[in-house]
Design a protein around this ligand. Structure first.
Ligand SMILES: [Zn+2]
Length: 152
C-alpha cells in the first residue's frame, strides 16, 4: 500500500474575492472538486479502454465510451510551459499580480497536462521549464476547493 503524503491546503486564498468559480455540483466536474476538498488530485480514467484524461469530460476522448471513473494522481509534476500574467482580463484581478499560469505535466501520468496558477512562482525571468512542482489546495468558496500548484 502506498502512503499518500499529507495534503497541503493554503492558509489564505491565492486569488482575490470576486473570481468566477466552477460549480462543485457539476455532474461532469463534481468528482474532481469533491476529491480536492479531500486533499486529493484526480483525473478521469476510462474503464473501457484505460485512457486517462483531463479536464473531465462526459466521455472518453480515446474510445468515446461513457464509463469514466476517478483515479488519484500523486500530485507532483513538472512545468511543461508557463506564462506570466501581467494584464489579467478578469475585473477581480485588476490590482492582482503578476502571477504565473503553467501547463503542468504530471509525474505519474505524463500524458496529462493541467493548467493552473503556481502560487509561489519566482517570476524573476528564469526559465522554469522542467521545474518540479507539487499540488496544493485552495478553498475558493464555502463549498469549493480547487487544486493549485507550488514550486517543489
Ligand atoms: Zn476509453
Amino acid at each position: 500500500m502506498t502512503t499518500r503524503p499529507t495534503p497541503e491546503f493554503l492558509d489564505a486564498p491565492f486569488f482575490p474575492k470576486g473570481m468566477t468559480t466552477p460549480d462543485p455540483e457539476c455532474p461532469i466536474n463534481g468528482g474532481y472538486f469533491a476529491a480536492a476538498a479531500d486533499g486529493r488530485l484526480v483525473v478521469q480514467r476510462c474503464t473501457d479502454c484505460g485512457a486517462r484524461q483531463y479536464p473531465p469530460e462526459l466521455n472518453c476522448h480515446a474510445c468515446y465510451g461513457f464509463n469514466m471513473e476517478w483515479q488519484d494522481a500523486a500530485g507532483t509534476g513538472k512545468v511543461w510551459s508557463w506564462v506570466e500574467v501581467v494584464h489579467p482580463a478578469h475585473p477581480a484581478l485588476r490590482e492582482f499580480g503578476p502571477y504565473m499560469v503553467a501547463l503542468i505535466e504530471l509525474d505519474d501520468m505524463p500524458e496529462i497536462k493541467l493548467m493552473s496558477a503556481v502560487v509561489d512562482a519566482p517570476l524573476d525571468g528564469q526559465v522554469l521549464i522542467g521545474a518540479p512542482v507539487r499540488v496544493v489546495f485552495e478553498r475558493t468558496a464555502d463549498d469549493l476547493v480547487q487544486p493549485r500548484w507550488r514550486m517543489a
